[in-house]
Design a protein around this ligand. Structure first.
Ligand code: ADP
Ligand code: MG
Ligand code: ZN
Length: 608
């Protein structure tokens, strides 16, 4: 109804506008349309003197002349003098003039129209523009002009169709699910809890690296409990216009309470929930007010409120402590990257609806993807499907899965990047060095694949997979890892007597491990003291925000320890490679020829 009105209003204004313009144009050229002949002043005066003129009409400075024979002519007088003066000046006979009937007509001044247009046209355009935005906003889910309205998306109960996920669709994360079962219970049957005076957590914070299933888990909770789900991202509170964040929070909670029991899910809580007053990025009044409003809302929940707020972040370390106090987000659930078993389950979940060939072995895929997040694995299954379709096959085979691993891991193969012969040779020795050290140190993992095909950032790569994934590592394993990382560098040194920039990434990683050994794990002569930050789950920005809680003296000692570890590891790598130089050369030669060596062949070369 309102929409129609707007539409009518707009068309009405448009038509009016067109009419006005047409009219003004036409009126200006009115004379032209009829176009009486023009008459020069000299001619006019002559005609007056000869008595040929019956009538003169003066409009402004325009002289309309009607002859005795009724033809009409047009002339002009000078401005600022009267008609009589004008005619006399040009030599009109006083007597003759008196015989002409002269009429003075009010000038129709179209100037007012121009003025009107200048004033009203912009307003008119503004109005139309405004109406158009309104119309658009009404059509969409949110209102662009209603700034204080929340941008949260509602799933279920009159909102968007609800995503059909429950705990079955979330692989692994058993502890997290256990904790959330309580929330589900509460949402399903709040009375049971309130009857015995139990207080249910208002806020649950899900933390974990990106892609580990935080959003998915929150959706699953709402699916299990069968309640509506409000979803909003922290950044959406503040986006675009300042001064609206806290209003949006108020609006969100008002809407949520109207639909209770329900879940409010705030993604990227760190976008608003950063420590106030200080910290990275500086203070931000808008954010503080938004955060304050969230705290006010959380505190304002009374016993009867059946709204549970789930929030997620991958930066729990930067959150304002006030958010984590009891009665707010006091329940913290940590989502870890999936382990082998969980990875297999995730793969199973995401291949449920895909046609798989007989030879598909998801266990092997899972074994080859340590460090992959749930999102990575989903991406992998999708890549495999795309590859299958491109090859015009009907079913996905193991080959496609294995190829997709590398694609997800390292970015698409850079076919355009062709190594020169020399580069290829150096890469081959470099990778052979990694592989050799890795296979000859018993503490390291077995080598699955060695390749010098450049992908993404890496010029070549050695895939080594853990026999089993370990949560706890000892110093020997760390040292072995560092030796393997230095294997490439060392191999280049042995063969060419110099090293290349290709080893930069390895060195960076090796130094990071060594630093951790000394500063975090107490695995050096400095003893069991943790230097630097104490935070455990930091995914980003560790280096920037780390507090230095030791003296310069200790810092020097730490540096010394680190360099000792690196030197020891390098020595070990060198010893192994020197002793097996023949094998190194053999491996490198095969690599130059074939570019990749699979596990079986690698073992054959090593065994021979
Ligand atoms: P986050 O919010 O932690 O960044 P998401 O929940 O958005 O991650 O996960 C992205 C996608 O990855 C999900 O839609 C899901 O398909 C997949 N995924 C992540 N973790 C899991 C898991 N544990 N089980 C099944 N799928 C998962
Ligand atoms: Mg998410
Ligand atoms: Zn390397």
């Amino acid at each position: 109804m309102f929409k129609n009105l707007t539409k009518n209003l707009v068309s009405f204004f448009l038509i009016l506008l067109i009419l006005v313009v047409l009219f003004s144009v036409a009126s200006e050229n009115w004379g032209l349309l009829e176009s009486p002949e023009r008459i020069s002043t000299r001619n006019l005066v002559e005609k007056i003197n000869e008595g040929e003129i019956a009538e003169i009409t003066l409009t402004g400075n325009e002289i309309r002349v009607f002859l005795e024979d009724e033809t009409e002519m047009i002339g002009r007088k000078e401005a600022e003098i009267s008609l009589l003066e004008f005619l006399e000046r040009w030599g009109a006979d006083e007597e003759a003039v008196r015989n002409v009937s002269i009429e003075y007509e009010e000038e129709t001044d179209w100037g007012w129209l121009t003025t009107l247009l200048i004033i009203f046209l912009p307003i008119l355009f503004l109005v139309i523009f405004f109406q158009m935005i309104m119309k658009k906003a009404k059509g969409g889910a949110s209102s662009a002009l209603d700034f204080s309205k929340t941008k949260a998306r509602l799933f279920g109960e009159g909102g968007l169709p609800k995503k059909d996920v429950d705990f079955e669709d979330v692989a692994g994360l058993e502890e997290a699910k256990d904790e959330l079962k309580e929330v589900v219970e509460f949402l399903k049957n709040p009375k049971k809890f309130s009857d015995v005076g139990a207080k249910i957590p208002k806020g649950v914070l899900l933390t974990g690296p990106p892609g580990t299933g935080k959003t998915l888990l929150a959706q699953a909770v709402s699916g299990e409990a069968d309640v509506p789900f409000f979803e909003i991202s922290g950044s959406e509170f503040i986006e675009m216009f300042v001064g609206v964040g806290s209003g949006r929070v108020r609006d969100l909670f008002q809407k949520a309470k109207a639909k209770q029991p329900c879940i409010v899910y705030i993604d990227e809580l760190d976008a608003i929930g950063r420590k106030r007053g200080a910290g990275l990025g500086g203070g931000n009044d808008e954010r503080e007010q938004t955060l304050n409003q969230i705290l006010v809302e959380l505190d304002g929940f009374d016993k009867g409120t059946k709204v549970v707020v789930l929030a997620s972040t991958n930066r729990p370390d930067v959150l304002d402590p006030a958010l984590l106090r009891p009665g707010r987000f006091d329940r913290k659930i940590i989502l870890d990257s999936p382990d082998l078993k969980a990875r297999k389950k995730i793969l199973e979940i995401h291949t449920r609806k895909k046609p798989l060939a007989e030879d598909v072995d998801l266990q092997e895929v899972a074994e080859r993807t340590p460090g992959f997040s749930g999102a990575d694995l989903e991406n992998l299954t999708n890549e495999a499907a795309i590859l299958t379709a491109r090859r015009e096959k009907k079913k996905i085979t193991q080959k496609e899965f294995l190829e997709s691993i590398e694609k997800v891991l390292l970015g698409p193969e850079r076919k355009s990047h062709i190594l020169s012969e020399k580069e290829k040779e150096i890469s081959a020795y470099h990778e052979a060095g990694h592989a050799l050290v890795s296979s000859l140190l018993s503490e390291t993992q077995e080598v699955r694949k060695v390749s010098i095909i450049s992908r993404g950032q890496a010029a070549g790569y050695t895939l080594k997979m853990p026999m089993e994934e370990k949560r706890i590592k000892n110093k020997k394993e760390f040292m072995a890892e560092i030796s393997v990382l230095l294997g490439g560098y060392t191999a280049e040194q042995i063969i060419y007597d110099e090293t290349t920039t290709g080893a930069a990434n390895d060195l960076e990683k090796a130094s990071k491990y060594a630093r951790k050994l000394v500063k975090k794990y107490g695995m050096s002569s400095l003893g069991p003291i943790a230097y630097g930050g104490e935070r455990e789950h930091v995914f980003l920005g560790e280096e920037i925000s780390e507090e230095k809680n030791y003296s310069e003296e200790v810092a020097a000692k730490i540096d010394k320890e680190i360099s000792k570890i690196i030197k020891d590891a390098e020595k070990k790598a060198k010893k192994i490679l020197k002793k097996n130089e023949e094998k190194l050369k053999e491996l490198a030669e095969v690599l130059i020829e074939k570019e990749t060596i699979e596990k079986e062949e690698f073992e054959k070369i090593m065994g021979a």
